[in-house]
Design a protein around this ligand. Structure first.
Ligand SMILES: O=C(O)c1ccccc1N[C@@H]1O[C@H](COP(=O)(O)O)[C@@H](O)[C@H]1O
Length: 196
């Protein structure tokens, strides 16, 4: 089970996620209570070992804006969340970074790779809201390397995995004590529960 912990802002929480065995760590560089600057993302990413994927999260920025912030932050992957057209992914291909497409299931092409992306995230309608949704509704529909997101937490991730059967899981709110405030204990619990 591939596990991504998203919305990290502090070195201690990055270390907790790495030590807990996360496969990917996300830095939000778009409008959000979790937003950080590309400079801070670069500092945080510098402490992440090479086997853990560092991901910069965007939602609605132009390819040029994404390119600038991604290069500035030194991450190894870019996540475009929401209604980004195929052309946005094509425009970023030459960066040589892992491309992640993310969004709600309704009306979306759920084949990973359909937009030339490397990973797909199937999320709740409101990203980063912590709102659970009907995970079972997508069971058997997404194809390829896809992560389930939206309202996951240590207490429900096993149930969500059993319902949707994803390749991986992605969490933000469920490992926080308040919007944008991560908790090292919840991060550890989440990784263990996702793989349990
Ligand atoms: O986390 C955010 O604030 C965010 C903002 C804008 C786009 C994506 C965002 N995060 C993504 O949302 C899900 C996690 O949602 P939840 O909080 O666990 O319900 C995940 O894909 C994050 O990468």
């Amino acid at each position: 089970m591939y596990v991504k912990i998203c919305g990290l802002r502090e070195p201690g929480h990055v270390a907790a996620a790495v030590e807990a065995g996360a496969d990917a760590i996300g830095f939000v560089l778009t409008r959000s209570p979790r937003r950080i600057t590309p400079e801070l993302a670069r500092e945080l990413a510098a402490a992440v070992p090479a086997h853990v994927l560092t991901v910069a999260v965007f939602a609605g920025e132009t390819p040029d804006e994404v390119r600038r912030a991604a290069v500035e932050s030194g991450v190894r992957a870019v996540q475009l969340h929401g209604a980004h057209p195929h052309g946005d992914f094509t425009a970023l291909k030459d960066l040589g970074l892992t491309l992640v497409r993310a969004g709600a299931a309704a009306g979306a092409d759920l084949r990973c790779g359909a937009f030339d992306e490397d990973l797909l995230i199937v999320d709740a309608p409101r990203p980063g809201s912590g709102e659970p949704w009907d995970w079972a509704a997508v069971r058997g529909r997404p194809q390829g390397r896809w992560m389930l997101a939206g309202g996951l937490a240590p207490s429900n991730v096993a149930e969500a995995v059993a319902a949707a059967r994803p390749w991986g899981v992605d969490v933000s709110s469920g490992v926080e004590t308040a919007p944008g405030v991560k908790d090292a204990g919840l991060i550890r619990e989440f990784v263990a529960a996702a793989r349990g």
